[in-house]
Design a protein. Structure first.
Length: 462
């Protein structure tokens, strides 16, 4: 709230009082002037946030470290090059999620404070969407700045990424300094590119006039690239690449696509597997940046880094706490989406009878194809995958659903509709380990069956 807004708000409150008189508005003791409020605001700001930058701001930050520590917020920083790590209590709990040792999303934004610091969000997916694992503020987006910030997380003393200390893979957009710094800090992890940003970069290249690609050929060349990106198998991806090269009439395009293909393991789906859990983009990070700018900062730049830190520990923490709790209490659109998704798959899996499924080994099943009963798909419940085109990237498919219906065995990537899912998110949101799973059970537990709860009337379908 700015000074003008605060003055107006104060006058509104005065007018609501029973003994209000018009003279009150002209009385400086009751209704202070703009200059007075500005003076108070400046005094408050210097006391709580220090100066905008420089040594004074660093001194204020050091002064407030004890306060953050009392609130159980991990705050670490380096002065040169400046980097600040924030891990709030909710973020610390998010590191205990199993998914945080699997896939992690990174993205940075700037223009959030007067000094244009860079803010990097580190996120992991969960049943209710994605939750932040840490926020790192750096001066600039250089390799050195990122490395300094990431090292703060690596050495902060927390059992990061599910206790393993690094995630299996991280997904980013094509920001080279950030990627190099991540690889330098967590060399054990794999790196994947967000396919949305990869396609966007190819499209920009095609539309760049210095590459001299005729306008009517650009969509055709884009299609060639997408054929490589979405190829099901390595063989098909290589075949599509060779076709694209052989049919190319433009040497620059040939060179560009060859250079891109050199790094194919990072973006081509044929080189991805169930570890991805169906996540091929960095969209969660994009949403988090929007939440930070819209909800936390109300589209206004923060005064300085300490203000960003305070907002992260209060407004952002409350936002995620509330949002996760709405999921735990079944009040979030994600609950409904998961139920509709499962309901749809249950209907799709109806074509299989129990005697058609072969239980080949522990956690392994062979399920016939719907279109061609002679063809079959291998389901592995432990890995949460299937050999079909959807299940092989770790998404829940109708073949895994068929196993659930007939054998009551849940795959590792079962849609988050169970009381256990809501209980886990409830504990993540509140930090209350005494929360009992019974609270999240349906009213009639003895008749409870997930397959029955997902049936939604036709008129309520989206
Ligand atoms: Zn499948």
């Amino acid at each position: 709230m700015g000074i003008s807004e605060a003055l107006k708000y104060h006058e509104d409150i005065l007018e609501l009082k029973d003994n209000f008189s018009l003279e009150d508005l002209a009385n400086g003791a009751i209704n202070p002037t703009y200059r007075t409020v500005q003076y108070w605001h400046d005094e408050w700001r210097i006391k709580n946030l220090g100066p905008r930058s420089g040594i004074g701001m660093i001194e204020k930050l050091k002064e407030k470290l004890n306060i953050y520590s009392e609130q159980n917020v991990i705050v670490k920083f380096v002065e040169d090059p400046f980097a600040l790590l924030i891990v709030t209590p909710l973020m610390q709990r998010a590191h205990e999620l199993k998914s945080s040792s699997g896939i992690v999303f990174f993205d940075s934004t700037s223009a959030c404070d007067a000094e244009n610091h860079s803010i990097t969000f580190i996120l992991t997916p969960c049943a209710a969407g994605a939750v932040p694992l840490a926020i790192i503020i750096t001066k600039g987006q250089s390799f050195l700045a990122y490395s300094t910030g990431f090292n703060l997380l690596r050495e902060c003393g927390l059992k990061c990424f599910g206790g393993i200390a690094w995630p299996k893979m991280f997904v980013t957009d094509n920001a080279q300094a950030e990627i190099n710094a991540i690889k330098n800090t967590w060399p054990e992890s794999d790196h994947l590119l967000c396919i949305f940003h990869v396609c966007q970069a190819v499209w920009r290249w095609l539309w760049d006039s210095k590459n001299n690609i005729p306008q009517n050929k650009r969509p055709i060349l884009m299609k060639h690239f997408q054929n490589i990106l979405y190829a099901d198998t390595v063989k098909l991806a290589e075949y599509n690449f060779n076709s694209a090269i052989n049919s190319s009439e433009y040497p620059k395009w040939t060179k560009y696509i060859t250079d891109q293909f050199d790094g194919r393991q990072k973006w081509c789906l044929a080189w991805r597997n169930e570890s991805n859990r169906g996540h091929h983009t960095n969209n969660y990070s994009e949403i988090t940046v929007r939440i930070f700018k819209d909800t936390v900062l109300s589209r206004v730049k923060a005064y300085n880094v300490i203000a960003l830190l305070d907002f992260t520990c209060t407004v952002l923490e409350e936002h995620y706490g509330r949002r996760l709790m709405t999921f735990a209490n079944c009040r979030n659109p994600k609950n409904r989406e998961a139920r509709i998704f499962l309901d749809t798959l249950i209907k799709k899996a109806n074509y299989v009878k129990k005697n058609q499924i072969i239980h080949s080994a522990q956690n392994n099943y062979i399920v016939p194809s719907e279109k061609n009963p002679l063809s079959t798909y291998d389901v592995n419940l432990e890995a949460g995958c299937c050999s079909c085109s959807i299940g092989k990237y770790g998404k829940f498919c109708k073949h895994q659903c068929a196993v659930y219906i007939h054998y009551d065995e849940m795959s590792n990537n079962f849609p988050p509709v169970t009381p256990q899912d809501r209980h886990e998110i409830g504990m993540l949101a509140s930090g209350d380990k005494s929360l009992k799973i019974d609270f999240f059970q349906p009213f009639y537990v003895e008749n409870y069956n997930i397959a029955q709860t997902v049936v939604i009337p036709d008129d309520e379908r989206i």
